[in-house]
Design a protein around this ligand. Structure first.
Ligand code: NI
Length: 140
């Protein structure tokens, strides 16, 4: 029983800003830098979803990558691609649209569908820029 980790990458682009209405413009700029720009900015995001499991003896698959791709597309790409993350996305309403927070919300959306497809969600890596990415393993 050898556990294997398999990862599917998908991409989307979206606009957001990191800005607290209860702070002054100066404080927003100080804390969030350019990301606080009131008139938004965008990123080409990449999401890496890692599933773990023992390869099925008949298929050799931990999870069918077509199923995994469909789940990510339905739950993440469709709702986020070409959207304003602060304004357009129901499951991000009222949440600071940071890469960290998006990764946590995405985990909650895809965990159960992945289980139904026979896999166990192990890690989400969300890449915001070449230099900045977050990883979430579902812990507290
Ligand atoms: Ni940004």
């Amino acid at each position: 029983m050898k556990t294997v980790y398999i990862t599917r990458r998908e991409t989307f682009n979206a606009a957001h800003k990191l800005y607290r209405e209860d702070w002054s413009d100066e404080k927003n700029l100080e804390v969030f830098g350019k990301c606080s720009n009131k008139n938004w900015h965008g990123h080409n995001f990449a999401i890496y979803v890692t599933v773990k499991g023992v390869p099925n003896p008949e298929t050799g698959f931990v999870i069918n990558l077509k199923d995994l791709s469909d789940i990510i597309n339905d739950e993440v790409i469709e709702p986020l691609d070409h959207k304003n993350l602060n304004l357009d996305v129901l499951f991000l309403k009222g949440i600071m649209a940071s890469t960290e927070n998006i990764a946590v919300q995405v985990w909650d959306r895809i965990k159960t569908p992945i289980e139904k497809a026979g896999g166990v969600l192990s890690k989400i890596k969300l890449v915001e820029t070449e230099n900045n990415f977050v990883e979430y393993y579902g812990g507290e």
